[in-house]
Design a protein around this ligand. Structure first.
Ligand code: IPE
Ligand code: IPE
Ligand code: MG
Length: 255
């Protein structure tokens, strides 16, 4: 596997993203192009996911967050939903050991209470087995919705207000930030969406406030470490201003 981007970016003293988030889209269209059922596209998507996770491990990326199933994906045909659920179970069965060996910590974000017991058990096992791993922090978003995430953050806050532990004046963006998913990780630097659509589809809407957005027409099953390098090279050329002017940043860089 080529690590061209990392070497090139490092040699040019450019920035590598610490936290990458991906909307893995285009499985269905990949299958359709091949006159195969959509589920074949999802199976091919798992292979791409493996390549990208390994690519992130090899490149020393700190965190990777993958959108695997949105809270809106329940609206799909029943057969597709149930085959996706089975695929999650079998994928966890086949991949977790190797991920653990690569020092990957696996966590799930989203409302897992909606899943059947078998899947919840696999999720729990994967999380507890890898809990002390210090390598790639891999987060898998399942039955996840960005609006759900924000609404959910208000529950513990409201509870603290009711108990008198917090006052209304304490409620601000920094406080909410502590209660949304992934609060303990560095905010996403690079967002990648495959499959050609240029939308967020209710992914990490709070967390993406200052993330660089990269869209590619490549369908998810065709995505690989090389495509990841292309996205990382694009990222390294972005100037992240966080509200400041380009001139201010030049001054800081040279001062
Ligand atoms: C993304 O691929 C995978 C999931 C949403 C689970 P799609 O299944 O959305 O693929 P397209 O967009 O129909 O091609
Ligand atoms: C977003 O893709 C969700 C995942 C990749 C899991 P969708 O294919 O569901 O998004 P829309 O419906 O096209 O916005
Ligand atoms: Mg799609």
């Amino acid at each position: 596997m080529s690590l061209r981007s990392v070497d090139k970016i490092k040699s040019e003293h450019q920035n590598l993203p610490k936290h990458i988030v991906i909307v893995m889209d285009g499985n269905g269209r990949w299958a359709k192009k091949r006159f195969m059922p959509r589920t074949a596209g999802h199976h091919a998507g798992v292979k791409a996911t493996r390549k990208v996770v390994e690519g992130c491990v090899a490149r020393g990326i700190h965190a990777l967050t993958l959108f695997a199933f949105s809270s809106e994906n329940w609206r799909r045909p029943e057969q597709e939903v149930s085959s996706l659920m089975s695929l999650f179970v079998t994928t966890l069965q086949s991949e977790v050991k190797s991920l653990h060996e690569q020092d990957v910590r696996i966590r799930f974000i989203g409302d897992c209470t909606a899943f059947d017991e078998k899947l919840r058990e696999k999720i729990q096992q994967a999380e507890s087995l890898t809990i002390n791993n210090k390598g790639l922090q891999l987060n898998i978003a399942v039955n996840y919705g960005g609006r759900w995430d924000i609404a959910n953050a208000f529950k513990p806050i409201a509870e603290k207000i009711l108990k008198g532990e917090l006052s209304l004046e304490d409620v601000n963006a920094e406080l909410v930030n502590q209660y949304v998913s992934l609060a303990d990780l560095t905010e996403p630097d690079l967002f990648i969406r495959t499959g050609g659509e240029q939308r967020i589809s209710n992914f990490l809407i709070w967390q993406l406030a200052y993330t660089e957005l990269y869209f590619t027409d490549v369908l998810w099953p065709d995505f690989n470490a090389n495509e990841l390098d292309t996205a990382m090279e694009w990222y390294s050329s972005r100037q992240r201003r966080f509200g400041k002017t380009g001139e201010q940043l030049q001054d800081t860089n040279h001062g």
